[in-house]
Structure formats: structure tokens, C-alpha cells
Design a protein around this ligand. Structure first.
Ligand SMILES: [Zn+2]
Ligand SMILES: [Zn+2]
Length: 276
């Protein structure tokens, strides 16, 4: 059977919260037998998480030089990605983002929402004010409001729609049921499908779930029913031990949901791989 283990969300030391060299990532991915990887370091246009989070032009250049070198050295095993945050605070407008990055420099771009109106969905106040179902719905609702400003040529995929689960919420089983945010997800999926985009199955939230649990079968099934043909899978690893984390579980979920393909990307063109 064809190897479909693609890790399309990985952070190197060129992310403010990363520590691995790209060399370490590539070696580990090859040891694990992953079929292809994409390095997706953070690019953020605002500084509400601190000055070190506001990516400079120089940092973008350093990231890109490394990505170009590794893509070439590895004959395309390593793809050039970026995790581009939704502009949220001043400074941090779409114009600032356009100034900072050129999507043509990358193979793949994830649009990720990391902030909720200047606050973090990981903060205590966010969960003081929202139950888990409300947090999930509020987060995706905010993506829906903001995504129409996000230029279509600047992203291929929306990152971690279960982002709220990744934070320190203290909930024993924070698995997200479709019933928490069906209306919001329908709106998001409609927009993505109509524009040839997709969303990501991000396996890092599985760490917060008890035992070997996964979540998302119901949302992935909805995406398939609405005509969604492909998704992208990534671990969001910032540490070596999480490279390739539970990609096989995510793949099984995609297959069970009836989504026909997982995608990899080259120069923003999706390459579709049949899941059965
Ligand atoms: Zn992210
Ligand atoms: Zn990430």
C-alpha cells in the first residue's frame, strides 16, 4: 500500500516556540518512514504575544533560505511551508502581511487563528467566559468573520480548527463534538470548498484527549457530505518526540469519514493521494 504518512505541520527553531533544527526534523521523519514533510514555521504580523512573535523581514528571509536549501538537498522530500497567523492587532493588518511575505515563495501556507480579539484562546479568561462547546463555536465563528479578509492567494488550508482544545483548559475529556459548532463549521467548510481550499487534521490536540482517543470523525464526515474532497494532516510538532504524532490515526479517521484524498502541496498546487 502506498505510504500516505505526510506530516504537513512542523516547527523548527525558526519559530519563536520551536527548538529543532530542520536537519533534526528531516532525520527523524526519515527514521519514522514518513513519505514527505512540510516545514511550517510561524509568521505573525503582530506583537500581542510579545515582540519575539512579531516576525521581521530578516527572519522571513532566514526561514526561506533554509527552506530553499532543504527542499533542494532533499529532492523535494521537504516542502516549503509557512503557518501564517490571521492579522489581529495593531500592528497587524492584512497590508502588513502582504508587506512581509510573498506566497509565491512557498509550496504551502496554513492560515491559523491564534488570537481572539487580542486575547489568547488559551488564556484563563477565555475559558472562564466560555464552556467548551461555546469556546469551540466562538473560535470557528471568529475564523468565519476574519477569513474573508485573508487573501485567497495567501493560504491553502485553515489550521487546527480544534485549537481551543490544545490549551491548558483543565477539562478531563475536551473532545469536540460536531454538535458544539455545526453551524459554524458548515459556514467555514462551504467557504473553503467553494474556494478550492481545505482544513487541517491537526493531531496535536489528541494529546489532550484521554487514552488513545481521537475526535473529528463527525466533522470530517460533514466535510465529505458537503463535497469536501481532500484534507491535509499534520502533527504541529515543536519537539522531536511529536514528529509524525498519530498520523496513522488521523488517516484512519479521514478514510472512515469518506474523504477521498489527503493532499500534499507543490507551489500551492494540491497533489491528491487516494486514501484507500
Ligand atoms: Zn498554530
Ligand atoms: Zn503550528
Amino acid at each position: 500500500m502506498k505510504n500516505l504518512l505526510f506530516d504537513y505541520h512542523l516547527h523548527s527553531l525558526h519559530s519563536p516556540d520551536g527548538s529543532m533544527t530542520i536537519d533534526t526534523i528531516v532525520k527523524r521523519a526519515q527514521e519514522l518512514g514518513l513519505a514527505e514533510i512540510c516545514i511550517t514555521d510561524h509568521v505573525e504580523v503582530d506583537n500581542s504575544f510579545g515582540a519575539e512573535w512579531q516576525t521581521s523581514k530578516e527572519q522571513v528571509k532566514v526561514q526561506l533560505d533554509e527552506l530553499n536549501r532543504f527542499k533542494e538537498q532533499s529532492n523535494g522530500y521537504v516542502k516549503k511551508g509557512v503557518e501564517l497567523a490571521f492579522p489581529d492587532n495593531d500592528p497587524g493588518t492584512v497590508e502588513d502581511m502582504r508587506e512581509l511575505v510573498n506566497p509565491g515563495d512557498y509550496d504551502y501556507s496554513i492560515a491559523s487563528l491564534h488570537q481572539y480579539k487580542g486575547d489568547s484562546p488559551f488564556s484563563g479568561t477565555f475559558f472562564d467566559e466560555h464552556t467548551l462547546p461555546e469556546a469551540a463555536a466562538t473560535y470557528v465563528k471568529w475564523i468565519n468573520e476574519r477569513i474573508r479578509e485573508f487573501p485567497l492567494d495567501y493560504f491553502d488550508c485553515v489550521g487546527h480548527i480544534d485549537f481551543v482544545v490544545k490549551g491548558p483548559h483543565g477539562i478531563e475529556d475536551p473532545s469536540l463534538s460536531l454538535t458544539y459548532f455545526e453551524e459554524e463549521l458548515r459556514e467555514l467548510f462551504r467557504y473553503l470548498i467553494d474556494n478550492g481550499k481545505t482544513f487541517e487534521v491537526n493531531t496535536s490536540a489528541y494529546k489532550s484527549l484521554p487514552g488513545k482517543k481521537v475526535h473529528g470523525l463527525d466533522w470530517l464526515t460533514l466535510f465529505a457530505e458537503m463535497g469536501g474532497e481532500f484534507v491535509v494532516i499534520g502533527s504541529d510538532a515543536h519537539k522531536e518526540e511529536y514528529i509524525g504524532y498519530r498520523l496513522d490515526d488521523a488517516l484512519a479517521l479521514v478514510q472512515e469519514a469518506g474523504i477521498p484524498y489527503v493532499a500534499t502541496f507543490d507551489k500551492h498546487q494540491p497533489v491528491l493521494h487516494k486514501v484507500k
